[in-house]
Design a binder for this molecule. Structure first.
Ligand code: ZN
Ligand code: ZN
Ligand code: ZN
Ligand code: ZN
Ligand code: ZN
Length: 303
């Protein structure tokens, strides 16, 4: 194994492998390159992926890439920001493309940083950041407060069933789902394959405010601002014999949270007395929605 720059590998068509010893906690950005024509045990080269970052803004380089007459490279936006003058040597950068580097980057495929956790996708270098934002193998923090669990999207249902006692129910589209919340229950999770909703019951000056949200960490594949139409009815029940005392209804949309889970909705909530147990019924209505990205076979609402 030898170490070299990009030049050290330019004559070979390469399959790029991340070092097999790398883990998520290993922040090393070094990748190992192996020629397709050689056995994996043959000659390999290693170079640092940081070499493919713009030296000015440190973002990963992407076409078009410009260079000055002395060979300093800059990404398109930095080239524009510096008014096409190389910050290193003051030579013009605007018109000289660095096609070799563009081709290298275009052909470069790398493993996702969650490879060691199970993601087997080889992604284009230029798509790496985007993929890792929506990768279903990213460890996510459980949205229940005071729960320190971190796990992959695909395993969250198992976690919620195991650890969150009675504070969850399976969801069926276009079918009423009903459950009880005690005055002390602040969160209740509803889920179906690939989708999670959180029912909140939080204190406010008027009483307890009840509403639904899509927990941000578990709904990234639906894109910010995606909304789901639902009807919710809340009946307050006697703490003594469970008899219905009063009923509140709301017809609303619940949005993918675009900020912290603590954000309070401006509408679509119900206020219930803070000392009452409640029976909540939720009904989700069409239209059915597909995620904007991520697992495209996932379409909540399909039978
Ligand atoms: Zn830049
Ligand atoms: Zn220069
Ligand atoms: Zn030429
Ligand atoms: Zn991935
Ligand atoms: Zn949890």
């Amino acid at each position: 194994m030898r170490y070299g720059g990009v030049e050290g590998v330019k004559r070979r068509r390469l399959v790029v492998e991340e070092s097999s010893t790398s883990t998520v906690s290993n922040s090393s950005n070094v990748i190992e390159t192996v020629s397709e024509r050689e056995a994996p045990a043959g000659e390999t080269s290693v170079f640092d992926l940081d070499l493919l970052d713009c030296t000015i803004c440190t973002e990963p380089l992407a076409a078009p890439i410009y260079q000055c007459e002395n060979g300093h490279v800059a990404c398109a936006s930095c080239s524009k920001l510096t008014k096409n003058v190389c910050p290193s040597c003051k030579q013009p950068t605007g018109s000289i493309r660095c096609l070799a580097l563009e081709k290298l980057i275009e052909s470069l495929k790398v493993k996702c940083k969650y490879y060691s956790l199970g993601c087997s996708e080889m992604v284009k270098f230029s798509d790496k950041c985007y993929h890792e934002r929506i990768c279903s193998w990213e460890p996510l923090a459980c949205p229940f407060p005071e729960c320190s669990f971190q796990g992959q999207y695909n395993f969250f249902q198992e976690h919620v069933k195991l650890r969150h006692g009675d504070n969850w129910a399976p969801l069926v589209p276009e079918t009423d789902v009903s459950f009880f919340m005690k005055p002390t229950d602040r969160y209740y999770m509803l889920f179906d394959k690939g989708i999670y909703f959180m029912v909140h019951r939080r204190k406010s000056s008027l009483g307890d405010m009840c509403y639904l949200s899509l927990p941000k960490v578990l709904s990234a594949c639906y894109g910010t601002g995606t909304s789901f139409h639902y009807k919710m009815e809340i009946k307050t029940v006697s703490n003594v014999d469970g008899a219905t005392l009063s009923s509140f209804k709301v017809d609303a949309h619940c949005c993918n949270e675009d900020s912290k889970a603590s954000s309070i909705p401006k509408d679509g909530f119900l206020i219930v007395p803070e000392d009452r147990s409640v029976e909540v019924s939720v009904l989700f209505l069409p239209p059915r929605l597909s995620p904007k990205f991520g697992n495209s076979s996932l379409r909540w609402g399909d039978p």
